[in-house]
Design a protein around this ligand. Structure first.
Ligand code: HEC
Ligand code: HEC
Ligand code: HEC
Length: 123
């Protein structure tokens, strides 16, 4: 009798553990399904020339997508679309996002990105 109770007990524990493992795996899959976009992007930069942008590196460094995507949606060409609609001003992303952060990080003594024109814009 005692052995049977013990068996039922451990059997139940095993079932719960298995269900938990499945739930954790499903969560991982859900995270993987988020569209992270291209690893490398060329942002149009007007007459100054395009701006090669390491999207993946910034995602890993900053962790928070909304650090940038509060300003424009997660869609290809989003910045140009909003500039065309005048919802975003020209150079707004550049000044209020890219350069602002790079300058702040530099001031704090951290590794950071460029703050001079030709280090971002290429022709
Ligand atoms: C440092 C800024 C920054 C961060 C942080 C960032 N993105 Fe982006 N993302 C961009 C830029 C810039 C574009 C290009 C927009 C354009 O083409 O006008 C972009 C475009 C995209 C696109 C559109 C597809 C493409 O390849 O152009 C998707 C999807 C996307 N991002 C998802 C994400 C997700 C998910 C995260 C967080 C894990 C994230 N982004 C974090 C700057 C960022
Ligand atoms: C950290 C990278 C970075 C640096 C440094 C930088 N830019 Fe930009 N620039 C961008 C990005 C990204 C865009 C596109 C988004 C926007 O317009 O905000 C852009 C857009 C532009 C545009 C096009 C605006 C339009 O819509 O027609 C011009 C012109 C420009 N930059 C000039 C400059 C000049 C001049 C400097 C130096 C004083 C400079 N940029 C420094 C990243 C940078
Ligand atoms: C919130 C902070 C933050 C924002 C916003 C941000 N960056 Fe950066 N960027 C960084 C940091 C931190 C690094 C240095 C990472 C490293 O080298 O470890 C970096 C590095 C870079 C580099 C040089 C390294 C490389 O391989 O590309 C470029 C170019 C760059 N950023 C462009 C941009 C542009 C263009 C934008 C705007 C669309 C932008 N960044 C927005 C924090 C930021």
């Amino acid at each position: 009798m005692k052995t049977k109770t013990l068996f039922v007990f451990f059997f139940t524990i095993t079932l719960i553990a298995a269900a938990f493992a499945v739930a954790v795996e499903e969560n991982k899959d859900a995270a993987k399904e988020e569209n992270k976009g291209a690893a490398k992007i060329e942002i149009p930069g007007g007459y100054k020339g395009k701006v090669p942008f390491n999207h993946e590196m910034h995602q890993t460094q900053l962790k928070d997508c909304n650090a940038c995507h509060d300003l424009f949606p997660k869609a290809p060409g989003a910045i140009d679309d909003l500039k065309a609609k005048k919802t975003l001003k020209k150079k707004q992303v550049m000044n209020k996002l890219c350069i602002k952060c790079h300058k702040a990080e530099k001031k704090a003594g951290n590794k950071t990105g460029p703050t001079t024109c030709s280090k971002c814009h290429v022709k």
